[in-house]
Design a protein around this ligand. Structure first.
Ligand code: ATP
Length: 387
């Protein structure tokens, strides 16, 4: 069902061109070019203060850009006030009218525009957010998740071309947040309009969005589909912000077909050249990355059973924690202290306890390479710009 059919169609893509925001000498958003395609669920993800809300507010018209333009479809809306833009925003504080019932809260936008017969549209919206039964309740009689859905219905009834969501689930507890993530995704798929969602929660962004832009220090560091960002991070920030990464300092050696052979302490590892975002000249430094769940762990006595062709590091277990579905190991290796390994609890080897010598091993195809100098360079450039 396409409930808001007149909100679909062309014109729902968001194009930011060279948009930036400065406050005095502080740059909250560096010049940014970004296109959010019509009908997509797009997330701006980053830690507190990275500029994601400022970016969203510039799309909404609540913040004036210091430079650059905002287009919605073919229309340049940079100079338009918020109420003249075909966008609506849902905030963390749902801001429902406490004295109006749910029906009237949702009907509000229509009534303000002088629409006389609102019943059919309001009922459609309440069905969309599965609150048809609650129409005559007041906001305080609903749960947090239900109130949030009223806020979404109230925004969508205005048929915006783009719905902006500013940490909309921030006030909900974890379980409800998970439910609402799936619910919002369902609603977006059903109405088919562009959603731009701001969050600091990587799991939330990955669950809901088709495309995620990871922001850091007022810049988009990397943009892509969730699985692509997770499997192929191109900066240390992205590698660490989305899940956990083991990053091992290594030196680039010879090339072996499509792989780079890198040396980490005494160990040689294979790194697919196509998965290395660092300039990979011989003798250069790289950070070799591998996700904890990609690593297998074998007791040193079973080292001979590890299949040929896998990357391997030897080390000693420093700590283990059993967390139900998996056991997490922290392993000190010569090449890297504190390597994290997550192993599904199927056949646990009782010898894998702190102090045990082990071999860590993984498929070289799961290895990625990052520029070891990148963070230092970025820091220096930032300092230079501030001078
Ligand atoms: P949060 O998740 O905490 O909301 P955010 O990533 O959304 O963070 P923004 O609200 O976009 O971050 O703020 C980006 C930076 O700009 C922050 O360092 C913030 O302190 C600064 N900033 C925001 N608004 C103003 C303002 N009106 N004056 C000065 N600095 C501001």
């Amino acid at each position: 069902m396409k409930t808001t059919t007149n909100a679909t169609g062309p014109g729902g893509d968001v194009r930011l061109a060279g948009i930036s925001k400065t406050y005095g000498s502080f740059t909250a958003v560096h010049p940014l070019d970004l296109t959010v395609p019509q009908g997509s669920f797009f997330a701006l993800l980053g830690a507190s203060g990275c500029g994601k809300t400022t970016t969203l507010r510039m799309i909404a018209g609540l913040e004036e850009p210091s430079a650059g333009t905002v287009h919605l479809g073919d229309q340049d809306v940079t100079a338009l006030p918020p109420y003249k833009r075909p966008v609506n925003t849902v905030f963390q504080s749902y801001a429902l009218f406490p004295h109006l019932d749910i029906f009237e809260n949702v009907a509000f936008g229509l009534r303000r525009r002088g629409v006389k017969s609102v019943k059919k549209q309001v009922e459609e919206m309440l069905d969309l957010v599965q609150l048809g039964e609650q129409a005559r309740k007041k906001p305080h009689q609903l749960s947090g998740g239900q109130q949030q859905r009223v806020a979404v219905a109230r925004a969508l009834i205005n048929h915006p071309k783009v719905l902006l969501l500013d940490e909309p689930l921030g006030a909900l507890d974890l379980k409800l947040r998970r439910q609402m993530q799936l619910e919002l995704k369902r609603i977006q798929t059903e109405v088919g309009i562009t959603f731009v969602h701001v969050t600091h929660d990587q799991e939330e962004a990955m669950t809901m969005a088709d495309t995620v832009a990871v922001m850091n220090g007022g810049r988009v560091e990397q943009l892509g589909a969730p699985a692509d960002l997770y499997e192929n991070p191109r900066t240390t920030f992205v590698a660490n912000f989305l899940g956990t990464s083991n990053l091992i300092e290594a030196e680039v050696g010879a090339r072996d077909g499509d792989d780079l052979v890198v040396k980490a302490a005494g160990d040689k590892l294979l790194l697919p050249a196509g998965r290395c975002s660092a300039p990979a000249g011989t003798g250069g430094k790289v950070l070799v990355g591998v996700r904890p769940e990609k690593i297998g762990i074998a007791h040193a006595d079973e080292a001979g059973a590890v299949p040929e062709g896998r990357n391997r590091l030897t080390g000693t277990i420093a700590a283990t924690s059993f967390i139900g579905v998996s056991t997490q190991y922290v392993v000190d290796c010569e090449a890297c202290p504190g390597v994290e390994v997550y192993v599904q609890n199927i056949d646990r080897d009782p010898r894998l306890v702190p102090g045990a010598d082990v071999v860590l091993h993984w498929n070289p195809a799961h290895t990625f390479g990052l520029d070891a100098a990148q963070d230092i360079d970025a820091g220096l450039a930032e300092e230079e710009a501030a001078r």
